[in-house]
Design a protein around this ligand. Sequence first.
Ligand code: C5P
Length: 233
Amino acid sequence: LRPPDASGLKIAITAGPTLEPIDPVRYLSNHSSGKMGYALASAAAERGADVTLISGPVNLDTPPGVTRIDVNSALEMSEAANRLAEHIDVFIGCAAVADYRVAQAAEHKLKKTPGRDELTLTLVKNPDIIAEIAARPPASGRPYVVGFAAETRDLETYARDKLTRKKLDMIVANDVSQDGVGFGSDHNAALLLWRDADGSPSQRRELPTQTKPAMAAAILDIILGCLAKRHDT
Ligand code: C5P
């Protein structure tokens, strides 16, 4: 059986961590490897899609045929995503975007102050990139929006809340408390929740533990199936 074809589709995928500067030599970040986003980009390009990866700093090669935009901070990632939004059919938010950034990164390297044992950093909230894209009015070009949720408990409840609150079309939820899956691993297990053609978030599929490339192919099949249904209605 041939997998569904994605030729003619334009897809943007955010991947990896963001890096939030503290001063010119220090930053706040997280352990996202970028592997899941890169596997999705690779699978989509293999099926003929026109794929742009908006990538935080990761140690991965750009998959063949994929256009890559390198960014560091969440603000840079947001700008790149919003710039592309009206030109794409599908937006997949796979990046582990830092929820907060340092309010005012220092212009010069922070120095230790003799006699001061504490340093306070003030953080401010970053934009929720995927919610920004999902909030676009259809008339100004709103793509089909797929989010990810990494949870350590109450997977389905939190994922369902994110799907509805962020107005996503689909969410891929990972239980990162399980050994050997998720962050940094080559494997993943997921619960997919998505909306049916009338918009109600009633669809559900569990994807058992498998390699990230295999999971990327399975997720892509479901996305392409949804797009085909939307086209038919
Ligand atoms: O709320 P939470 O961070 O768990 O949501 C995860 C989903 O939201 C992922 O798809 C992630 O890429 C996206 N996200 C985002 N911008 C943020 C935070 C999360 O696009 N500032």
